[in-house]
Write a protein that binds this ligand. Structure first.
Ligand code: ZN
Length: 135
């Protein structure tokens, strides 16, 4: 159980980090492009043409086209969102394995985390089941 929670947390952290890196990369690109396109009457087409021609110098002879950086940043951002969604799913799956107790017939069954009322599969009563985590 603890391992699932930890995995979910690390997945969450990884997803958040990827999102941040992606946003940071796109922010850097925009930061570089902005002085060159903000004066243009059509900012979006100016930004587009600037991204295709502009380069970002990293020193040591390394330079990347801004469009490549933008694509990489967007891909990283989407990957981060994907990882976040996935770790959220892991969290939901891990919360599914709860035991629900019926206060009438004292039966219990495995189910999703109790949300309000549920129908007891044994006595068909609408009950508010009490949930405990399986051992
Ligand atoms: Zn029952």
């Amino acid at each position: 159980m603890r391992r699932i929670i930890r995995r979910k947390k690390s997945g969450y952290a990884a997803g958040l980090t990827l999102c941040l890196i992606g946003m940071l990369v796109m922010l850097v690109v925009l930061w570089n492009a902005w002085p060159n396109v903000s004066a243009s009457p059509d900012i979006f087409s100016a930004l587009k043409s600037y991204l295709w021609t502009g380069k970002l110098e990293f020193g040591f002879g390394i330079s990347l086209k801004l469009i490549h950086l933008t694509i990489a940043g967007a891909a990283t951002l989407f990957l981060g969102i994907f990882v976040l969604a996935l770790s959220r799913q892991v969290f939901l799956v891990s919360s599914e394995g709860v035991l629900l107790h019926c206060p009438y017939c004292k039966n219990h069954w495995k189910g999703r985390r109790a949300k309000g009322f549920a129908e007891c599969p044994y006595c068909r009563q609408f009950i508010q089941p009490t949930a405990t985590l399986p051992k």
